[in-house]
Write a protein that binds this ligand. Structure first.
Ligand SMILES: Nc1ncnc2c1ncn2[C@@H]1O[C@H](COP(=O)(O)OP(=O)(O)O)[C@@H](O)[C@H]1O
Ligand SMILES: [Mg+2]
Length: 278
């Protein structure tokens, strides 16, 4: 669970806040995506949920920020480790480089948590299967494809069973197939393990197809919050520097051209577009 109450945050010496009066609650089991133009505050929000704001970046935080029952400002990064997991956009920043195999890489975080050896082996095997990496368990992390490496980075965080998983544009380095693999794993995680999954993402088509909920940040403010179909089809999107998905664009163009497609709800995914243009 994530709960922000009037959270405002400014980086040291910044003249405008990077997060401005954000109030928000994300329940366990929800896959929530945040979108927004460059500089909107997505990465800052992810950093705040993982405690890097304010504990690493310093600066000034006001309001109340609670993640998995932890009052972030009153806690430390060490206290949050294991409960909240953060995945960066580039798996190279996450893979330790200290380990020779995929299995050992996944074991790394667990070893630091003092999990008993037999339990560790069971958890690692289950996580490798979940992330679709069981076949590559003995390979070097560097022999994997980009999509596999990002799933390894995610698996290394998930194996610690964090209650809240935060991912900052985890598919930015990935092709469509790799992106789909990652989104599928995240959706399964929220659905089957009741984890709270919070993701910053630029690829709106993936957000449309996979997320339960979409938030829009604009200049540090939360300006929209709702179901993907409602938020992504909203005419306000362009005001926030965002382009609707190509399915919504096609439906708008068809309407503008006077074609006989007039359903009130514009499509945001391929499946919805098929229905719309039927
Ligand atoms: N480490 C930092 N120090 C100072 N300002 C920063 C830092 N990181 C980001 N900012 C500023 O905070 C605002 C939000 O940035 P960011 O959270 O990175 O947005 P996004 O991820 O949506 O592109 C921007 O104005 C950016 O310049
Ligand atoms: Mg960012």
């Amino acid at each position: 669970m994530i709960r922000l109450t009037n959270v405002t945050y400014s980086y040291p010496r910044a003249t405008v806040p990077a997060l401005n009066d954000i109030t928000l609650e994300v329940p366990a089991g929800q896959f929530c995506a945040v979108i927004g133009a460059n500089g909107a505050g997505k990465s800052t929000l992810c950093a705040a949920l993982a405690g890097f704001v304010p504990h690493f970046y310093r600066g000034q935080l006001t309001g109340k920020l609670e993640v998995a029952g932890i009052d972030v400002a009153a806690s430390s990064l060490a206290q949050m480790a294991g409960t909240v997991g953060l995945v960066f956009s580039n798996p190279f920043n996450q893979i330790t480089g200290a380990r020779f195999s995929v299995r050992e890489e996944v074991a790394f975080g667990l070893e630091n948590m003092g999990v008993p050896l037999d339990e560790m082996a069971t958890r690692i095997d289950a996580m490798l299967r979940f992330a679709g990496l069981a076949e590559m368990a003995d390979r070097s992390p560097y022999a994997l494809s980009g999509g596999q490496q990002q799933r390894l980075a995610i698996a290394s965080v998930l194996v610690m069973r964090p209650q809240v998983v935060v991912l900052d544009e985890p598919t930015s380095q990935l092709d469509p197939i790799g992106s789909k693999e990652v989104f599928t794993v995240l959706r399964d995680l929220a659905a089957t393990d009741a984890a709270t999954v919070f993701l910053a993402e630029q690829k709106l088509e993936w957000v449309a197809a996979f997320a339960d909920r979409v938030l829009v940040l604009h200049e540090g403010r939360l300006v929209a919050d709702g179901l993907p179909g409602d938020v992504l089809a909203s005419p306000d999107l362009s005001q926030y520097g965002l382009e609707p998905t190509r399915y919504t664009q096609a439906a708008r163009a068809a309407q503008a051209a006077g074609l006989p497609f007039t359903a009130a709800n514009l499509p945001v995914t391929l499946e919805e577009a098929v229905e719309y243009f039927r």
